[in-house]
Design a binder for this molecule. Structure first.
Ligand code: NCD
Length: 316
């Protein structure tokens, strides 16, 4: 049985593919995986499966937490972290690479600089494809681990004021997270310089599907009463020139002084890597949960992998 009954057999391309109930099922399986790992329980549910990680863009957390998740589930891992060692350097198309690798594996995890790449890949794949970031598009598994973190740290997922800060135009984690936050009835405050505000298509997608409150601001001060502050970095590699990036680098930064003025119960999140948006001086404060958030990547991705290619969850 596919635990949770998720229709994920074709993979996970966009957070919009999931209903609220399906997201809840992922979070509940993730909690079981976390518990099983903490108890040292046997979770070899995927011991006859192989996951391929095809990473055409840099990654630390996403690739390694997927690989750790698969290995904890007893599965094998193949793939590349550097496309220069793959045949794409010889001019092979993404469709051909994916078609071939899908005959060597049971699931493909793909990161690619082109928006829409995961969707395109899934059309030529014989096995499910997970979108691990497609350019400025989406990053659905990050959104699921972000939601899991909010649930673990705040005890609930709805009726929260969530301030999302930084490069909201190019940051794909935000594009996926915004849909999920809206689905659960949260108030979202998008804080960004005008030129880097959340794209109109994301905003119109939100208003078409949900009635929740969405606001925009340029000032970090408006995050002071938020329940969750979700910082993101300026996406240097997506700017037209180093000069343009220079205009926005260090635009927002959270330090001890700012946090001491914020809602005492606020949680401070970041998909990482950080490049100055959060001062290391706040790492030890009770509000800072970004390292925990990164660690939750493993149980959440264990749940996702098992829900897509596992025969049974086996977790009670
Ligand atoms: C993010 C990404 O790749 O989109 N990183 C991650 O997966 N944790 C965020 C980023 O690179 O800024």
């Amino acid at each position: 049985m596919n635990p949770g009954g998720l229709p994920l057999r074709r993979g996970l391309i966009s957070i919009k593919d999931l209903t609220k109930e399906q997201i809840e099922a992922v979070l509940s399986e993730s909690a079981k995986m976390l518990n099983a790992c903490q108890c040292g329980a046997d979770v070899n549910y995927l011991d006859n499966k192989i996951m391929a990680t095809l990473f055409f863009e840099p990654s630390t957390r996403t690739r390694l937490s997927f690989e750790s998740a698969m290995q904890r589930l007893g599965g094998g891992v193949i793939g590349f972290a550097d496309p220069s060692s793959s045949s794409s350097m010889k001019g092979e198309s993404l469709a051909d690479t994916v078609r071939i690798v899908s005959s060597y594996s049971d699931i493909i995890v793909l990161r690619h600089p082109m928006e829409g790449a995961a969707s395109e890949a899934s059309a030529s794949s014989l096995v499910p494809v997970i979108n691990a970031g497609d350019g400025t598009g989406e990053h659905p598994t990050q959104a699921l681990l972000d939601l899991f973190t909010i649930k673990m740290e705040k005890g609930r997922l709805g009726k929260l004021k969530v301030a999302v800060v930084g490069d909201l135009k190019n940051g794909r984690t935000v594009h996926s997270l915004a849909y999920a936050l809206a689905l659960f009835g949260n108030q979202i405050l998008f804080i960004a310089p005008k030129k880097l505000q959340v794209p109109d298509e994301v905003l119109s997608g939100l208003s078409r599907r949900y009635s929740g409150m969405v606001e925009k601001s340029e000032s970090l001060e408006s995050a002071l009463d938020a329940d969750v502050i979700y910082m993101t970095r300026m996406q240097k590699e997506r700017f037209a020139s180093p000069d343009e990036y220079g205009l926005f680098a260090n635009y927002y930064s959270i330090n001890r002084k700012f946090l001491s003025r914020a809602n005492d119960e606020v949680i401070l999140m970041h998909p990482l890597p950080r490049v100055g948006e959060i001062s290391p001086e706040v790492d030890g404060m009770k509000n800072s949960v970004y390292f925990k958030q990164a660690a939750y990547g493993v149980p959440v991705r264990m749940a996702i992998l098992n829900m897509i290619i596992g025969q049974q969850s086996g977790i009670v």
